[in-house]
Design a binder for this molecule. Structure first.
Ligand SMILES: Nc1ncnc2c1ncn2[C@@H]1O[C@H](COP(=O)(O)OP(=O)(O)OP(=O)(O)O)[C@@H](O)[C@H]1O
Length: 277
């Protein structure tokens, strides 16, 4: 098993009532190599779920197993090692503004390097060809030595994804990783992530605002609503009715990347041609 969440609930310490748990009794498992899209309305709990999978958050209730380990029973050293095997790409990558793209990408392996190696790499990047290759997969290698505060939002997202690729984690997580990219680039980028996970047998879990990208690019789609799993299905089995129920509170429109004019027919009548993944 790549991960197993059993009856996991998360209550943020801000003093919310028990009925407003960010995650509410969630059970979810994935085998190695599975590629999963998380979809659901704003506030549904997608980021919270990814935070539990990334060991950023411990559940208030329930058990978590990640890559064969129970993270919250590990020693500090064991937890650090586990975190080195789990990678996350963020919508707004937490990269120091003055950091160069090469250093930001190499940071993907900080958890796998000794403190000395990590420190030395901050002074002189220790694997420039590796960073260049990761950026090249996203057509960004010409920005290798650029400072991150001189990149656009979309370029910065791709640096964050290059860092995830460079890490070669067994469990790859991404929270809205292509929100700043145009549709064509978003699809290509998701294709790269999927291909990487497939080639290495890694598990990939990606939250997406755009339902059409989720259905086109991922074999398994998990709908999250009000902190619960609304459905967990092969993409081909996700019906328009399920999607409209998932997004009912959003006024009926389904969030998608493709042209906004076509809000009604989310799914083509014929099977989706997966130009993506
Ligand atoms: N740090 C926090 N403190 C208190 N409540 C929080 C915190 N982070 C999230 N929440 C609440 O937890 C619930 C789930 O939030 P979460 O960010 O996981 O949803 P999401 O599905 O990722 O939303 P979005 O698509 O808008 O990013 C929401 O009700 C949110 O208000």
């Amino acid at each position: 098993m790549s991960f197993a969440l059993h009856r996991v609930s998360v209550h943020y310490p801000a003093g919310r009532a028990a009925t407003a748990a960010a995650l509410d009794d969630v059970t979810l498992t994935a085998a190695p190599g599975e590629r999963i899209a998380l979809i659901g309305p704003s506030g549904a709990g997608k980021t919270t779920l990814l935070s539990v999978l990334g060991t950023v958050l411990a559940p208030t209730v329930g058990s978590v197993e990640l890559l064969g380990a129970a993270p919250w029973r590990l020693s500090a050293r064991g937890l650090k090692q586990l975190r080195g095997r789990i990678g996350t790409a963020y919508q707004a990558p937490p990269i120091p503004p003055r950091q160069r793209a090469v250093t930001a990408v190499l940071a993907g392996r900080l958890g796998q390097w000794s403190a000395l190696q990590a420190l030395a790499s901050l002074i002189y990047p220790r694997d420039i060809p590796g960073a260049r290759a990761a950026l090249a997969r996203l057509n960004l290698d010409e920005r290798l030595f650029d400072r991150c505060d001189r990149l656009s939002g979309g370029q910065l997202q791709r640096v964050g994804i290059a860092r995830l690729l460079y890490q070669e984690a067994g469990l790859m997580l991404a929270d809205e990783p292509v929100s700043a990219l145009d549709p064509a680039l978003a699809r290509t980028t998701l294709e790269v992530l999927n291909a990487d996970a497939q080639a290495r047998g890694a598990t990939l879990v990606v939250s997406l605002h755009a339902v059409d990208l989720a259905l086109e690019c991922f074999p398994r789609v998990v709908g999250v609503r009000a902190g619960r799993i609304a459905f967990d299905l092969p993409a081909a089995d996700v019906s328009d009715d399920l999607l409209h129920a998932l997004y009912a509170q959003e006024g009926g429109g389904l969030p998608r990347f493709a042209d906004e004019a076509d809000q009604v027919a989310l799914r083509p009548a014929a099977p989706v041609v997966i130009g993506c993944c």
